[in-house]
Design a protein around this ligand. Structure first.
Ligand SMILES: Cc1cc2nc3c(=O)[nH]c(=O)nc-3n(C[C@H](O)[C@H](O)[C@H](O)COP(=O)(O)OP(=O)(O)OC[C@H]3O[C@@H](n4cnc5c(N)ncnc54)[C@H](O)[C@@H]3O)c2cc1C
Length: 298
């Protein structure tokens, strides 16, 4: 499967981060972190590409818009709330008022971040994340109301994109940032993979990658032994330490992206302004390398 052959990806080169007054805090060039630009790929498009790559004998049974909790242990609760909510939607935003400064613009505010980036077909994706201790998903009927409330006084681009999305009749996905910590990922012949077993939440930006890496590792383990139960044990033994490390990092990153108090917000902004750019790059690269080594890509 070569995703580059499909017209479904959009490349973005940098992220401009501004504070709540519209002052630039930093500009992150993805090439400095990953060696290449970043790509935006819709989950639905990725699913379609994967579906086409599946052999005809494979069966998929999917239901959409569900949120639930599955675990193998009796009475085990595996949802770990991070104390934030998010909203995501996309919008047609191509005029001057809704133009982004770079391929990805972020607006930081105390206890919230508003991110916008270009998607294919010149659409813009909006992702708002804010501090919120609620644990239930938002009532979808309320549509943009909650976003209107939390973005009062936000920079003009944030309100322009919100206005446009609301007028277009779209409904944002609004949910809590939740990680999944399961004590065991399989029982008998049933195995949970990806978010259902070890959701990292969108803060990590790695959930899809780890779901794919997990499936790849499983295929290796199933090839290495005829004993399926042993293959599942080996798969979990190898992957769990990496997932736990990523979840620990996600928790830390959440507090850095969206500081939990005004003081922490100002300290973080000062740090971003004063810290040499090369130090920010080395810190990220060190983390990325560590994950790449863990999942055997480097
Ligand atoms: C706004 C947002 C931004 C994100 N950004 C990134 C990113 O930049 N990078 C990244 O790597 N990851 C990102 N993620 C995380 C990524 O989307 C997930 O980690 C990834 O989709 C997990 O794949 P999965 O196959 O395990 O689960 P899913 O993609 O959620 O697929 C599970 C499917 O099963 C269906 N289903 C659930 N229950 C049932 C049931 N009982 N019966 C039948 N079907 C059911 C669901 O409807 C869904 O279609 C983001 C997530 C969100 C929400």
């Amino acid at each position: 499967m070569d995703l580059n052959q499909e017209p479904i990806i959009c490349t973005f080169d940098e992220n401009t981060m501004q504070d709540h007054k519209g002052k630039e805090l930093t500009r992150l060039r993805y090439k400095d972190f990953h060696g290449v630009d970043s790509i935006a790929l819709c989950r639905g498009d990725l699913s379609q590409a994967l579906l086409q790559a599946l052999p005809a004998c494979a069966t998929l049974r999917l239901r959409d818009n569900c949120r639930g909790e599955i675990s193998f242990g009796k009475g085990e609760h595996c949802l770990d709330q991070l104390g934030y909510s998010y909203a995501a939607y996309d919008v047609d935003a191509v005029d001057d008022q809704s133009k982004l400064q770079s391929s990805c613009d972020s607006f930081a505010s105390p206890k919230r971040i508003d991110n916008f980036y270009y998607l294919r077909n010149e659409r813009v994706v909006a992702l708002h994340i804010w501090r919120n201790m609620a644990t239930q998903p938002q009532d979808r009927e309320l549509r943009f109301k909650v976003l209107r409330d939390i973005t009062k006084g936000a920079p003009p681009l944030v309100t322009t994109i919100l206005d446009r999305a609301e007028k277009s009749g779209s409904t944002p996905i609004i949910d809590t940032l939740t990680m999944v910590n399961l004590k065991q990922w399989s029982k008998g012949r049933i195995l949970l993979l990806g978010d259902s077993a070890h959701c990292l939440s969108l803060i990590s930006g790695q959930g899809a990658c780890m779901a794919l890496a997990s499936a790849e590792l499983l295929s290796v383990e199933l090839t290495n032994t005829k004993d399926v139960a042993q293959a599942l044990v080996n798969h979990e033994k190898k992957l769990r330490p990496i997932i736990e490390k990523l979840q620990e990092r996600t928790r830390k990153m959440a507090g850095i992206y969206i500081p939990t108090s005004l003081l922490k917000y100002h300290l973080r902004n000062m740090f971003l302004k004063l810290m040499p750019y090369s130090w920010i790059v080395s810190w990220h690269v060190k983390n990325i390398r560590c994950e790449a080594v863990c999942i055997g890509t480097k």
